[in-house]
Ligand binder design. Sequence first.
Ligand SMILES: N[C@@H](CCC(=O)N[C@@H](CS)C(=O)NCC(=O)O)C(=O)O
Length: 207
Amino acid sequence: MPFYKLSYFNGRALGEVSRQLFHLSGTPFEDERVTAKEWDDLKGTTPFGQLPVLYVDGKPLPQSFAIARYLAKEFGYAGKTAFEEAWADALADQFKDYLNEMKPFMMLVYGFGDGDKDQMKKDIALPAINKLFTILEKAAKDNGSNGHFVGDSLTWVDLLISDHIGILEAIVSNPIDSFPLVQEIRRKTSTHPKVKKWIDKRPATTF
Ligand SMILES: N[C@@H](CCC(=O)N[C@@H](CS)C(=O)NCC(=O)O)C(=O)O
């Protein structure tokens, strides 16, 4: 087995799905949490000047979704067929589009940037949330309402969305109240014994 090190800041955001894939699969890894002070020196050593970076026997892989897809494939959480894999990718790509839409609001909420938070919530965040979860609810229904977004077992996209809902709940009230199938996927994913064990002991962070 290779030696894995996942290097990210002390937050969940773009690193948490990969951490959960390690815990889910029972694969040992180093969970490196870089401080702002350390980042000044490290930035220039990373492939794209950003984190997360996964080191596999010292070889770096950048970009959070490339990392998560790679680990999901390695550990059996990417989908059981090429078509399922592609559907997981499509939902993750849709999620990334949503993150781009949400970025100005999230930055403001976390203290970076200027603007009227309530106005941005109304104009940007709530429409983006509604659009994403309407798409996800339909995907869950089209997949057979079986507690997964893709196929009949847990994939990295279940982890991705479930963890994000936790982040979202801290900044808007009841974001998935009108999406029962998404709620069920979130419940099922976050109560998976190996995921829950990690969630219960992971470092507490705002996002
Ligand atoms: N598309 C990249 C975005 C990575 C990214 O924005 N990383 C931020 C932290 S969440 C970062 O490294 N910020 C420090 C910097 O850019 O110097 C990914 O998904 O990995």
